[in-house]
Design a protein around this ligand. Structure first.
Ligand code: S3P
Length: 214
């Protein structure tokens, strides 16, 4: 299996960095499980394709597909826009952390996460410790086309210039998207192709691990 050379390498894109979580705050306790045994988590801004790519990726790998937004909605019994309106963002974030923990409990899963999940340090630690983390990105203009209708997106609804809002939120969040093992830009790439690239990357981890010390 060939390693995909278009993918950014591990540890926030620093060439040559080892394939392991790079959160400096992460406490090292014993030997971490190999990356390829971990659930595969997709992180990134709204509209980068986490759901579309994630579903295809799960099919390709024969994994279950789990979506933290869906887990939150299921637990709350209402849509995310209503959770924000009735209980506020803080309560949504609390539920989201709970959903992330549950989603990562089992291996053999592709987990799509909400675009704001990495804004919480606690969530970044959970991801770094328990998932193979793939960051998806896309250009603001592409995101805008994909996130309509805006009314269903509480982080974007009500802003006079949605494109400007996307740009500034992306800029504000750039630091919280810096912890990943692999990154793919989906702006010009259909979900099927991105899913195939990620599957190859993940399979290459398995090959590397299986060829270890026998
Ligand atoms: C959010 C992104 C949404 C959802 C919620 C908050 C964000 O998920 O979790 O509306 O803060 O960026 P998607 O990225 O799946 O749209």
């Amino acid at each position: 299996m060939q390693v995909n050379t278009e993918a950014s390498p591990a540890g926030g894109g620093r060439a040559g960095a080892p394939l392991r979580p790079s959160l400096s705050t992460l406490p090292v306790r014993g030997v971490e499980p190999p990356l390829f045994r971990r659930p595969l988590a997709l992180i990134g801004f709204m509209g980068v394709g986490k759901t579309a790519v994630g579903k295809r990726l799960a099919r390709l790998l024969g994994f279950d597909y789990v979506d933290t937004d869906a887990l939150v909605e299921e637990a709350a019994g209402k849509a995310i826009a209503r959770i924000f309106a009735e209980q506020g963002e803080e309560e949504f974030r609390r539920m989201e952390t709970e959903a992330l923990r549950r989603a990562l409990e089992q291996p053999g899963r592709v987990v799509s996460t909400g675009g704001g999940i990495t804004t919480r340090e606690e969530n970044r630690r959970i991801l770094a410790a328990g998932a193979a983390v793939v960051l998806l990105t896309a250009r603001p203009e592409v995101v805008l086309m994909r996130v309509r209708p805006i009314e269903k997106r509480p982080m974007l609804a009500g802003w006079p210039d949605p494109l400007e809002r996307i740009r500034s939120l992306m800029q504000e969040r750039a630091p919280v998207y810096s912890e990943y093992h692999c990154r793919f830009d989906t702006s010009h790439c259909p979900p099927r192709v991105t899913a195939e690239k990620i599957a190859r990357w993940y399979a290459s981890l398995e090959a590397v691990e299986s060829n270890g010390c026998g």
